[in-house]
Design a protein around this ligand. Sequence first.
Ligand SMILES: C[S@@+](CC[C@H](N)C(=O)[O-])C[C@H]1O[C@@H](n2cnc3c(N)ncnc32)[C@H](O)[C@@H]1O
Length: 630
Amino acid sequence: MANGSPMMAELECRRKPITWILAVTCLCTVSYLLGAWQNTSNALNSNVITSDESNKIGCAHTSPSFGSHSLDFQAHHQVGLNESLLSSVKFPACALKYSEYTPCQDPRRARKFPKDMLVYRERHCPAKNELLRCLIPAPPKYKNPLKWPQSRDYSWYDNIPHRELSIEKAVQNWIQVEGDRFHFPGGGTMFPRGADAYIDDIGALISLTDGSIRTALDTGCGVSAKYSQGVASWGAYLLKRDILAMSFAPRDSHEAQVQFALERGVPAMIGVMASDRIPYPARSFDMAHCSRCLIPWQQYDGLYLLEVDRVLRPGGYWILSGPPINWKVHYRGWERTAEDLKHEQDSIEDLAKRLCWKKVIEKGDLAVWQKPINHIECVESRMVYKTPHICKNNNPDSAWYRKMEVCITPLPEVNSVEEIAGGAVEKWPGRAFALPPRISRGTITGITLKTFEEDNKMWKERLEHYKRIIKPLANGRFRNVMDMNARLGGLAAELMKYSVWVMNVMPVDHKQDTLGVIYERGFIGTYHDWCEAFSTYPRTYDLIHADGVFSIYQDRCDITYILLEMDRILRPEGTVIFRDSVEILVKIQSLTDGMRWKSRIMDHESGPFNPEKIMVAVKTYWTGEPSPAQ
Ligand SMILES: C[S@@+](CC[C@H](N)C(=O)[O-])C[C@H]1O[C@@H](n2cnc3c(N)ncnc32)[C@H](O)[C@@H]1O
């Protein structure tokens, strides 16, 4: 066919627009890539986040610092946001009387609830119309807490300025005021050689050093005026043995036990054995402990010991010291009759037997029991022990506003008496990266060995990136870390090399409940609903990681209150890492701007094509000011 044929002419005509479209597409792609490259390189090369506006509510301290890398994000992305969202609301400071406010454990609200079984000390959160829309102030003269490990023994008086501690109880052995500091000597009359020696005594009875015990629970970790070993000192001194304890005690109007623990950099949360299950999954703790914790173990048909049994790992230990243990020696000092204490001990021994626990040893002031590794014999023994029965139709892990029941939480089924129910966990530290039994057994839909390995790889990359963009991470500035949506605990595992501990939070309505996996890896955490306040005091976390939290909650409750809650629990100059879509991050930023936070949105570590973005924010330093009336 000749070139000038009508068919060729028609083909030519059709090709022209295609060529044009191709050329324009090419140009657009090149220009986008160039822009993206420029953006990424800017993000890694320019300077620190600067405070460009005056953010002082009270007295100024230092401005936030992120090291030498910028957290810049220039929008290549069209954000179709309503303009009104971007206009920032300025949140005022709450009155100074709220400086230790714990919304769901407010002693004034608590009074309305029954004293029976300590129900009044459980979580009772404010109704919508009672929520505070202001920022909880730090006390005047608040200082950044001392660094770990110094913080284990000392904290600033001005951060928890309780005059009653320094004056009336100045002679107490769990806390002493020395100039501008509190000193926690870690001793007491019950354990006169201190918490460290007390733990050595436990170590002489069960092995604390071979890596088989990693997660521990301290029930009633607080203090007594006279006999205590100090605020969460058990947890504090276990850390040097690589054992991670979750300590809890109720909010106390006088002795802010959990507040002191967290100020010291020791994991703790407000909690109580009352009528609800404690917020941890079944089979989580390798060891549980009570020293003079005053929990009535023998009462309510053994309800509280049944709850300890639920959260203990198969083969886990329960350690009891204080009344009634060694009552023959101590009954006079405890101002109780020998008969009364003997009866209490007999009841506990009988209950432990009916729970199928084995008494390992009782020596001096310590008694140790062990939970069976499976329930084969325990089920058979119900012919002998009619109570408690084995629970039926009950999700063992469900523990959010869930009432305790007088029954034994069943263990996963096994094929032989030697088999560990639910699978054995590896010894620490191998346990952190070994495949957790809950995953290897396929108990969590959609999570497999492959998912686990990919997750670990992803967290390695994320941490490399965080280290570059948040300098304080590597220099020991952070101690108490919270992961608001902890998934498989990948962040905690990657942070192992730093001197931090992580409170891994599992949002209660998450499709996949992986908190049990986190414990199997040897980390600690709790269930929580972020539409409510967390069970902690203000200013207790240095770093908060909010990964996809707001995607979960944006349709469930007003995100303003989640951010105000984060501001409450974050220490002045604390850092928050958000990961979410750019639309959500811009919305968050418009609110955090009004909370006196400094922030930058930037690209995902994998580059600008990833729709997930990162926002890093720092709460600026400010404190409340005493009003003349206060
Ligand atoms: C005497 S102190 C002992 C503190 C610590 N274990 C020690 O040895 O120093 C008792 C602690 O147990 C807490 N406690 C009492 N009843 C409790 C309960 N039902 N649940 C949790 N903690 C409780 C108290 O608030 C207090 O912190």
